[in-house]
Ligand binder design. Structure first.
Ligand code: FES
Length: 208
């Protein structure tokens, strides 16, 4: 894949329906409507194709992200989402626990939620949510449903999050799966760490 194609704009509708169609290094505005493209990589920070295939960590520039925006980058052949959550989205998380299957991320903690993300926000910094964008049911890629309230396929009191259209699993804005859905678990939080306020490293949380 060329660098140009990696930074191509994403058509969100293709992401909804076919996990193989997701395109890396794109940005989708979530809450406020409209689309924006952010190029999160510069060439000097980008691992080679061979290194990426082998699972090299990926460094992402998040400095241009605004509240409500989401980036998708590729790590180990999988889409990894970075969502900059709004204060309103964060404030809503605590109210959802009773509706969630695993609100405290206690299931498969070693696989799904690193210790530093085992909290209400499932994140290191409350504002930024980092997750593998693959449904824990059968592997479709859920779509963004950041707008709150009634809408097709979602409850009238929808608080914003993600919908896996394949079989109807829903996740909150921290990737926590709702009760009684086909997906058994929360979305995976990959190893990650902040190199600075502007640089996020996906795939490594122990860099010296
Ligand atoms: S693959 Fe997501 S609900 Fe089945």
């Amino acid at each position: 894949m060329t660098q140009a194609s990696e930074s191509a704009a994403l058509n969100p509708s293709s992401l909804d329906h076919d996990k193989r169609n997701w395109i890396v290094a794109t940005a989708v505005v979530g809450g406020a409507g409209g689309l924006a493209v952010i190029v999160p990589f510069v060439s000097t920070f980008q691992p080679s194709e061979r290194a990426k295939a082998a699972g090299a960590s990926v460094e992402v520039d998040i400095s241009a992200m605004k509240p409500g925006e989401k980036l998708t980058v590729e790590w180990r052949g999988k889409p990894v989402w970075i969502v900059r959550r709004t204060p309103e989205q964060l404030a809503g998380l605590a109210k959802l626990d009773a509706q969630l299957a695993d609100p405290r991320s206690e299931r498969k903690p070693g696989e799904l939620t690193p210790e530093y993300a085992r909290n209400e926000n499932r994140s290191i910094k409350p504002e930024y949510f980092v997750a593998v964008g693959i449904c824990t049911h059968l592997g479709c890629s859920p779509s963004d449903k950041f707008a709150t309230g009634a809408q097709p396929s979602l409850p009238d009191d929808w608080a914003g999050g993600f919908l896996c259209a394949c079989h109807g699993s829903t996740f909150d804005i921290a990737g926590r799966v709702y009760k009684n859905k086909p997906a058994p678990d929360n979305l995976e939080v990959p190893p990650h760490m902040y190199l600075s306020d502007a640089r996020l490293l996906i795939g490594d949380d122990k860099k010296a």
